[in-house]
Design a binder for this molecule. Structure first.
Ligand code: KIV
Length: 277
């Protein structure tokens, strides 16, 4: 097995120009597959809310739900860096709540946490770092801010908004984040930020010039119904599952499954005794 990935590994990768791969995982079997594929970072994303739990957004996701999924992922992972995504209202109210909840992620097996936002969360980030908890930042189209943004639209499209975002990226870097997710922004802005900060940037819907890329695993595998423009589907598991389920249904209805090949057999002498009564 290759060496365990740490926050230092990611800094070294940026320094030598090696791209960083990050994917979401929410459970034991998929986390094991992602880890074994050599993906460097596994994010237990609050996207679990939309993707697995059927919520309309990430806002209803609770700490208990996140910890449940983080424990399952941490049990599976041997090499990747496991990052726990702090859900809405688990860090916003106060520094002490941020530290306590981030600490619960580490107790559940995560090795770092991610929070959404720039200037408004700088104090929270510093408080968590002071408690020895590595923090990943997240800027741009941050889903927990969706009502303030007024919808899921690409951010930082004007020069002024791009300048503000760059400033926030630098502030997050100064505060001490070990990495920065850039979501839903023009590739030119992501490139500028990537070239302007020393910490690795990891893009999603932010073009090819970030230091790494992240996708939601279920989008990449074809398990979600609708995907945004920036998602490339590397497999069609949704169709494959549908095919398997309808074949199972048909074979059961037609008495073709199970055959004796899939059945247990009684020893002949016991069968004789049974028949004699
Ligand atoms: O929750 C999530 O999956 C995320 C990624 C999209 C970065 O925050």
């Amino acid at each position: 097995m290759e060496a365990k990935v740490t926050t230092t590994t990611l800094a070294e990768m940026k320094a030598r120009g090696e791209k960083i791969c990050m994917l979401t995982a929410y459970d034991y079997p998929t986390a094991r597959l992602v880890d074994e594929a050599g993906i460097e970072v596994i994010l237990v994303g609050d996207s679990v809310g939309n993707v697995l739990l059927g919520y309309p957004s990430t806002l209803p996701v609770t700490m208990e739900e996140m910890l449940h999924h983080t424990r399952a992922v941490a049990r599976a992972v041997k090499r990747a860096l496991v990052v726990g995504d702090m859900p809405f209202l688990s860090y916003q109210p106060s520094d002490s709540e941020a530290v306590l909840n981030a600490g619960r992620f580490l107790k559940a097996g995560a090795e770092a946490v991610k929070v959404e936002g720039g200037t408004p969360v700088l104090g929270r980030i510093r408080a968590m770092l002071d408690a020895g908890i590595p923090v990943m930042g997240h800027l741009g189209l941050t889903p927990q801010w969706i009502h303030q943004f007024g919808g899921y639209r690409v951010r930082a499209k004007t020069a002024e908004a791009a300048r503000l975002l760059l400033q926030e990226a630098k502030e997050l870097e100064r505060a001490g984040v070990f990495s920065l997710v850039l979501e839903g922004i023009p590739w030119q802005v992501a490139k500028l930020i990537t070239e302007s900060v020393r910490v690795p940037t990891i893009g999603i819907g932010a073009g090819p010039y970030c230091d790494g890329q992240v996708l939601v695993l279920h989008d990449l595998l074809g398990l979600t119904e609708r995907v945004p423009k920036f998602v490339k589907r590397y497999a069609g598991l949704g169709e494959e599952i549908r095919r398997a389920l309808s074949e199972f249904r048909r074979e059961v209805k037609e008495g073709k499954f199970p055959t004796l090949q899939f059945s247990y057999e009684m020893p002949p002498e016991e069968l004789e005794k049974l028949k004699k009564g």
